[in-house]
Design a protein around this ligand. Structure first.
Ligand code: PHE
Length: 356
């Protein structure tokens, strides 16, 4: 018969020396497994007399109980140790200062920053952010916007056609206004959306680039008037430029998809090749706007007489140049790192807007 004193001693020692949950499992199997030591000893009991059965049986049971408790305790201990080690390895000190060069590694492009500012303002004014595709079909970019085929108004846009010039089915959108059509067709009233994005015109000089950005705004409900439009645009500009007394000029204009239509200029002056906001007697056009034309509602099956709305389209580069005093539109797309370092924004520069 095995000497239990020795077995118990070495078994306990093995458990206390085990350094991982896996090795502990192996020890458990060695003693408690089907062919483990305890099972084998149990089998031998049958060959003993009654007294032997009783003493050895008792010892075995006691060992079983103590040993499984010991294993559980060790398991608990090892698990805690594992967690402690993991925490130690993953420790980072959040009070450490950031590495200086991280702030200078890259810059947010002024267009991205301006779009984020616009998103913050229009979002807070209750408008929903939506997007439309850059490649549009003729219906959304022109026809539904009251610019039928062969209408002279199409000449206002120097369009990039996709595919053959003859079929003229798809275009690179010449403005963000097609998103108006998508929203009018897809949403229930009231509609309050804005859609920033890229737009394209086959045009390139000091004040035009073939790709530029616009943001479209559309509000459709009942009983909206031109005063609502004026209030909205003025409010937006005052917040965007952070100037409560900024002067705006609403000039009568023409867009096929709005009636009446207006262009909005902002008061500025230019000195040493730079643009300054407010004061002076110069004006710079920043947006087009107007009351949604009945034909646009008709094209979107919204011919209810009570339905009215206004829309506006803003040039994002213009807004950005005016706000941050940039002289030349073409710099935006030159990818000159010196320009980006100078005019770009830090990642931590979250739009700081004054809502007073
Ligand atoms: N889509 C017009 C443009 O690109 C701007 C505009 C939008 C005008 C909405 C009126 C209403 O010039």
């Amino acid at each position: 018969m095995t000497d239990f004193g020795d077995v118990i001693f070495s078994a306990k020692n093995e458990v206390l020396k085990s350094n991982s949950i896996e090795s502990l499992e192996k020890i458990k199997v060695k003693y408690f497994g089907k062919n483990g030591l305890i099972n084998n000893e149990m089998k031998k009991l049958s060959s003993l007399d009654a007294e032997g059965k009783q003493t050895i049986g008792k010892q075995l049971n006691l060992f079983k109980r103590e040993f499984s408790e010991l294993i559980l305790e060790r398991k608990d201990f090892l698990r805690k140790k594992e967690i402690e080690n993991k925490i130690k390895a993953e420790f980072s000190d959040p009070t450490m200062p950031t590495r200086q060069n991280i702030l200078n590694l890259g810059r947010v492009h002024p267009i991205t920053q301006t779009i984020e500012e616009i998103v913050a303002i229009l979002g807070s004014m209750g408008l929903r952010y939506v997007e439309g595709p850059d490649v549009e079909d003729d219906f959304h970019n022109f026809t539904a916007l009251n610019i039928p085929e062969n209408h002279p108004a199409r000449e206002m846009h120097d369009t990039f056609y996709i595919g053959s010039k003859e079929d003229k089915k798809n275009v690179l959108r010449t403005h963000t206004s097609p998103v108006q059509i998508r929203s009018l067709k897809d949403s229930n009233l009231p509609i309050k959306i804005f859609a920033p994005g890229r737009t394209y015109r086959c045009d390139s000089d000091i004040t035009h680039t073939p790709m530029f950005h616009q943001v479209e705004g559309l509000i459709v409900d009942k009983d909206l008037s031109f005063s609502n439009l004026k209030w909205f645009i003025t409010q937006f500009c005052h917040i965007f430029f952070n100037k409560k007394d900024l002067k705006l000029r609403f000039r009568p204009s023409f867009f096929p998809f709005t009636e009446p239509s207006a262009e909005v200029d902002i008061n500025c002056f230019r000195k040493n090749n730079k643009i300054y906001l407010g004061e002076g007697d110069d004006w710079m056009e920043i947006l087009g706007c107007g009351m949604v034309h009945p034909n646009v509602f008709k094209a979107c099956n919204l011919e209810n007489k009570e339905t009215s709305g206004f829309a506006f389209g803003v040039g994002i580069e213009r807004l950005c140049m005016l706000k941050y005093g940039m002289p030349d539109l073409r710099d935006f797309f030159d990818n000159d790192l010196r320009w980006l370092n100078h005019y770009g924004f830090s990642f931590f520069n979250y739009p700081d807007l004054n809502w007073e």
